[in-house]
Ligand binder design. Structure first.
Ligand code: AMP
Ligand code: MG
Length: 418
């Protein structure tokens, strides 16, 4: 298994812009996962290991896009209806077995092969069957209408699915349409997941005094699983550097990524930093981002390590910007930035220039059918309800100094992020 160099995350800068962080990850990381073949039913949510090249044209032969009548366009009157005899019938899966004759219409159904010589199909809704069995075809049909060419969707020999794609249901359908029943995907990235903090208690039992239930481990487990990772839940680590160091060192050999939350700021109760320094090597990336404090990156025994802050909202924002691309790149995936959608702000907000900020927001119908983003009324990075009761994040870039109602802003729905 590929190992990381000690300094793969070294970065000397002060505040790192988010785009630069992604560029650094792209430049430094190589896939560490092997390749395996899976059946198509197992392929969704996995990372495609090799380009899927079309072995056949899609569609494989010219066919009708509608139920109707196939004709030679040359037989249609340019400016008037045309009446033609119906000489044959071709259902999907059938064949005419001869070329279309001049002056003939052929009854045809969606997906049936175009008769040789026919180039155009009149939809049955635009055709009238006359009492004598002939059809009246309405004027104005363009040559080639309602006919699909062989290979018009995907030509044989071209890349139908690019390596690195996190496979979606429609991607799996494409592989099937090209005749594949199994495809090469990356082995699942093995992620060891820990929470850290003496105040944390696992859900499922009565809450002891002065404890809070551990939620980050569950948010992160779910988010990593959606990225196709095989996550090992290794529970809660105490706020003791030696305990953290030994747990990380023990997990490292059988995992590709070690992920913790909590304990990475610079307070005296933040022990993850010392633990990683003791067990491997550590770098801090101070992302120019709010919410989201420094993220610790490093490696332990050649296995990548990422330490996220503890506050649940900071966990989500740093997951999106660091862990998501990190996990995808280590797993051989393409770290595609999330889609951003322009919406109108329905709130006022001030920010400092120089860092990127994320405002939790709900989408609401605005004036004139526009979509508006309404911010969650409170800002605390510990407010899990702010994530549960909103639809996504409004992204305010480094240059912005604020938002006024009516401004166009970029909205990132959670479905793009988690
Ligand atoms: P820390 O980064 O360890 O200083 O933690 C910051 C805040 O996040 C504290 O209020 C912690 O109690 C809280 N926190 C840390 N880890 C978790 C977790 N796994 N689940 C819920 N809250 C957490
Ligand atoms: Mg802590």
């Amino acid at each position: 298994m590929a190992q990381l160099s000690d300094d793969c995350f070294a970065f000397g800068g002060a505040l790192m812009p988010v785009d630069e962080a992604l560029a650094e990850l792209r430049a430094r990381l190589r896939p560490v996962t092997g390749i395996e073949r899976v059946t198509l039913h197992e392929a969704a949510g996995r990372i495609l290991a090799e380009d899927v090249i079309a072995a056949v044209d899609l569609p494989p032969f010219a066919n009708s896009a509608v139920d109707g009548y196939a004709v030679r366009h040359a037989d249609l009157a340019p400016d008037a209806d045309t009446i033609l005899p119906v000489g044959a019938r071709v259902p999907a899966g059938g064949a005419l077995g001869r070329p279309i004759r001049p002056g003939e219409a052929v009854r045809i159904f969606t997906g049936a092969p175009m008769p040789e010589g026919a180039d155009t199909v009149m939809m049955q809704e635009d055709a009238e069957v006359l009492p004598d069995g002939r059809v009246r075809l309405r004027a104005g049909l363009k040559r080639g209408a309602n006919a699909r060419d062989a290979g018009e969707d995907v030509p044989k020999g071209t890349v139908a699915l690019p390596a690195g794609r996190l496979l979606r249901p429609q991607d799996v359908g494409m592989a099937a349409a090209l005749g594949c029943d199994a495809i090469a995907v990356r082995a699942r990235l093995r992620v060891a997941l820990f929470s850290t903090g003496d105040e944390l208690a696992p859900p499922g039992a009565a809450l002891p005094p002065l404890k809070v239930y551990d939620s980050n481990r569950f948010t992160l487990h779910a988010a990593l699983t959606r990225l196709g990772c095989a996550v090992t839940d290794l529970g809660i680590l105490p706020d003791r550097a030696e305990a953290v160091a030994s747990a990380l060192a023990e997990a490292a050999p059988a995992h590709d990524l070690l992920l913790t939350s909590g304990g990475v700021s610079t307070g005296e109760e933040d022990h993850v930093k010392a633990a990683v320094e003791a067990a491997g090597s550590l770098f801090f990336w101070r992302l120019a981002i709010k919410p989201g404090r420094p993220v610790a990156l490093g490696q332990v025994g050649g296995t990548a390590f990422a330490g996220l802050p503890g506050n649940p909202v900071a966990v989500v924002v740093t997951f999106v910007h660091v862990v998501r691309p990190l996990a995808l790149l280590l797993a051989g995936g393409t770290a595609v930035p999330p889609l951003r959608f322009p919406v109108r702000a329905a709130f006022r907000y001030r920010k400092k220039a120089g860092r990127r900020e994320y405002v939790r927001a709900s989408l609401v119908p605005g004036e004139g059918g526009a979509v508006e983003a309404r911010n969650f009324p409170r800002e605390g990075a510990g407010l899990l309800s702010s994530l549960v009761r909103t639809d996504g994040l409004v992204e305010l870039d480094e240059a912005a100094t604020g938002v006024a109602p009516g401004d166009q802003v970029a909205f990132l729905p959670y479905s793009e992020l988690l």
